[in-house]
Design a protein around this ligand. Structure first.
Ligand code: FES
Length: 116
């Protein structure tokens, strides 16, 4: 069951220091080697104490989801056309758009494991 919930047996990547991310904020982190194509840029978000992770690539037209303060404390935005996404699910908010890619993430002892 846990395997299914957290990546189906693939090994997670470790991201250190996620405890520093304040509630209501998002921060971009390169996980793995993004330039070599073996990693992804991830937007970590903290909402009501819980950590969430979205791919930074906007599903609309390839913009990049922004980090910084969350809109209304709960949504990330893409600055290209100002679409909003729910970090807890990746769903686009109030627009017809595919979901942003949401990653499974588990935080413990101030660091996070993420399944890309
Ligand atoms: S490319 Fe992100 S909202 Fe259009």
């Amino acid at each position: 069951m846990l395997r299914k919930l957290f990546g189906g047996g693939r090994k997670p990547a470790l991201v250190k220091g996620t405890h520093k991310l304040q509630d209501g904020f998002a921060k971009k982190v390169d996980v793995g080697d993004v330039l070599a194509g073996t990693g992804r840029q991830v937007v970590f978000c903290r909402i009501e104490g819980k950590l969430y992770a979205l791919d930074s690539q906007c599903p609309h037209e390839g913009g990049r989801i922004a980090d910084g303060p969350l809109l209304d404390g709960k949504h990330v935005t893409c600055p290209l056309h100002h679409y909003k996404f729910d970090p807890t699910t990746g769903k686009a908010v109030d627009v017809a758009c595919p979901n942003a890619k949401a990653y499974k993430v588990r935080e413990a002892d101030g660091d996070a494991e993420i399944w890309l």
